[in-house]
Design a protein around this ligand. Structure first.
Ligand SMILES: [Zn+2]
Length: 358
């Protein structure tokens, strides 16, 4: 049933384009042809094409974004989110009392229990942004999009007009964005709320718990995974990468062991749907939406690559020799086609971040 609901939304999203320019590609949103919107489950969507992948929770509590794409795409992302907000509100939520996908409910939220007369007629503001790392293609839209939003909570008791949406990130993201205390991005793009330690629980939002978990030393030292626990969608950020081998940002504290550990940590959380694609859905930092089976395949790949590099290094081979040994050949058709993050660079990152003596 939820599949049908998702299809209906895509059809709605494309209907207005059809009138002007013929049938558009499924899932494209008017005015933002470069971006693609994929309804995942419940109130959670994936937006692709803006640099890094974006996850969005959109509903009666407002909008929460996980990452904001590149700076060049900021206005387009904002326009797409606004468009999506209007469509979500217009499409309507399920009848009151309709809770959970097992009951055939496409839209559900704690607000369903409120009398329908208090339903807000217009979309609520963008209330929060969570950044999965400090990488440019994930934080580039922060300033523009946060400024267009308005956060929940006490911060807005100070001055409702001036404060934009919360930007939440691990404290190492803030540190990396302000090397030696000097911000390398506009002040409005910096995290306004940082956490340290293992996790941060955000407010119950659009009818579900949202939990941010730190993944230590994986893509970087400030990686976060965002779990929409009701919809059961994980926004994983860059240590899960389905477009090419994961970028390990060695200068910013990334490591191959962190990538392997992070993938295993996610597998502890995910649940399969019996005999079909589904269950917990994962939004990777780049590439397509995946499920548990995809994640297990990915975990195997990064583990095998770690072990191959470690074994050849143990045998006394140099980095250059390992790079020429053809150890990525079986995975290259799937992960090795990026012109910038090449198999050789991936091998180098593994080589440099494996503990010495391992
Ligand atoms: Zn990225």
């Amino acid at each position: 049933m939820r599949g049908l609901g998702a299809f209906a939304l895509v059809a709605l999203a494309t209907a207005s384009l059809t009138a002007q320019s013929g049938p558009p590609a499924p899932g494209r949103v008017e005015g933002a042809e470069a971006l693609r919107v994929i309804p995942i489950r419940g109130n959670v969507f994936m937006i692709t094409g803006a640099g890094g992948n974006i996850a969005a929770s959109i509903g009666r509590d407002g909008t929460m974004l996980v990452d904001t794409g590149s700076t060049a795409m900021a206005e387009t992302v904002l326009q797409t989110v606004r468009d999506l907000e209007r469509r979500v509100m217009a499409t309507g939520l399920p009848p009151r009392g309709c809770v959970g996908v097992s009951a055939g409910c496409t839209w559900w939220s704690s607000s369903n229990f409120l009398p329908s007369t208090v339903a807000p007629p217009a979309p609520r503001p963008i209330a929060a942004i969570v950044n999965t790392s400090a990488s440019a293609e994930h934080i580039g839209g922060n300033a523009v999009i946060a400024s267009a939003g308005r956060t929940f909570g006490v911060r807005n008791l100070l001055d409702r007009s001036q404060l934009g949406a919360w930007i939440v990130a691990h404290e190492n993201v803030a540190t990396r964005l302000s090397p030696k205390g000097v911000p390398s991005v506009p002040a409005a793009a910096l995290p306004s709320e940082v956490y340290f330690g293992d996790e941060k629980k955000l407010n119950f939002f659009n009818g579900e718990a949202v939990v941010v978990t730190h993944i230590p030393r994986a893509h970087s030292d400030g990686d976060s995974v965002v779990h929409f626990r009701g919809s059961d969608v994980l926004a994983a950020g860059d240590f899960v990468n389905m477009a090419h081998y994961p970028v390990i940002d060695v200068e910013r504290g990334g490591s191959i062991q962190g990538v392997v550990d992070g993938a295993n940590k996610l597998l502890d959380i995910t649940v399969v749907e019996h005999m079909m694609e589904g269950g917990t859905m994962i939004v990777p930092g780049h590439g397509r939406l995946i499920d548990t089976a995809d994640l297990a395949y990915y975990r195997d790949m990064v583990t095998i690559m770690r072990d191959r590099v470690r074994e050849l290094r143990r045998r006394g081979m140099s980095l250059e020799q390992i790079q020429r040994a053809g150890i990525t050949r079986d995975y290259d058709p799937r992960f090795g086609r990026d012109a910038t993050w090449t198999p050789a660079r991936f091998i180098e990152a593994i080589f440099r971040t494996l503990p010495t003596g391992s």
